[in-house]
Design a protein around this ligand. Sequence first.
Ligand SMILES: [Zn+2]
Length: 366
Amino acid sequence: MAVATKKQRVVRNTMKRTVKARSAKKRNVAKAAKSKFRPMNVAVAGGSKAEKRFRAMAALPAAAVKPQAIAPGLPPMPAHNLINHGGKIIADVVYTNFYVGGASSWDQNDINLIDRALAAAMSDTGLNNVMVQYFKNQPITTTFKPSHILPGTRPASFSQGDVERLVKSLFQQGALAGFDLDSTVFNFLLPRGTVLTTDTSTTNAVSPSGAARVIPIEDEDSSLQGLGGYHGSVHATKKAKVYYSVGVFSERRPNGRDNGIVVFDLPWKNIVATFYHELNEARTDADVEDAIRAGNSPKAVKFLGWTSRQGEECGDFPITEAGQNLTLVMKEVNLANGTGKVPVQFQYSNAVQGPEGPIAQPHPLP
Ligand SMILES: [Zn+2]
């Protein structure tokens, strides 16, 4: 069958991912769209180079979109509505924040503000009233465990290979003991100035002894091109899968160039909004990295939770739709419990067929 042949070729291409990432400059986007399936587990700024690249790779193979996933009799779904592919979702999520780069890389005030605001946003009734539609309108909970500053120095750049190595190292040291790995997401927050990439090789950034290698950043999908963060998972052992997300210290740098997704007046707010995006995606599409690892094989799709036909997760299309006007979807909103405001990024709501801020009551299920 012609489709199967194509799929086999795609699987082979996917396995060459590391090599391909190095020649990103030469790669043409249309070709990437045909040759590689990569759901959007990344947060990228609208209109950025990083966004174009990831969108091209995110579309589901046509054969993998099951028409029966749409209940018969419903009106046609808008193009970016999320579809439940049946993969893992996490109703009761636990998370903690690991601050990368050592205490000297961080202002304790920023840490306090980020910890407090992200926890408040994730537990806010109004915001969760939007998200519960992906959990059959059953209650969802978030538990924030105390954050930690990881030892080390500020890395110049930090790759997917680095975060995976760091996760494995923490696991092996026993630092993740006491967490239920099935329901926990470990957030890795990069310090000011560190550039995040999706390069799957390591940079020595997390080795205390190794000098940080300066990678050719322009060749990678990087936070200097609109990448804000991403989430994934690491198989630390055969039985232990660890969920993580990683995000950049999003701010305008002294040279006028943005690192990450810069919208709010203060960097800590950008960071909270990005991790709000990642945590919601991790809980609604936990095993996306297994889908990416499976490439275009038919079994890839079964790992997916809620994604659109374009491969977008709940946080992605809102950024795309807002384009250059990110303030439309990245806002400070009032907490339902009256304790103040938090900076968040609105998530995609099937009920309103677009990005939606906090609401007083959940939508009725369709
Ligand atoms: Zn995303």
